[in-house]
Design a protein. Structure first.
Length: 102
């Protein structure tokens, strides 16, 4: 039996412009990557906090960095502990498929 592709059932990966229930981000996990990691954390938090004022924001955070992230983000940001090694959520985070049905 041939494996079915999600496209065979009308599913596709939505673009950034599609309606959604939440925005997902990832906290900067590779601290050696950033020349000024504290400024990077603040910038990520500023974006997360701004989005969370208008819609649900889920922030994936490496468990060892949870307490640090809490210092930067508002209580409106939902923190989700998960082992990650990159902060580019579109490439490394959860992906969702949708179709045209309700």
């Amino acid at each position: 039996m041939k494996n079915k592709d999600p496209r065979d059932f009308g599913f596709f990966m939505p673009g950034e412009w599609h309606d959604h229930e939440a925005t997902w981000m990832a906290w900067p996990a590779r601290v050696d990557l950033w020349p000024n990691v504290e400024a990077t954390k603040q910038s990520y938090a500023d974006v997360a906090n701004a989005i969370a004022e208008f819609e649900s924001l889920k922030l994936i955070v490496k468990p060892s960095m949870l307490e640090d992230a809490k210092k930067f983000v508002s209580e409106k940001v939902q923190l989700i502990e998960m082992e990650i090694d990159d902060s580019w959520a579109r490439d490394s985070g959860p992906n969702f498929l949708i179709n045209d049905s309700d």
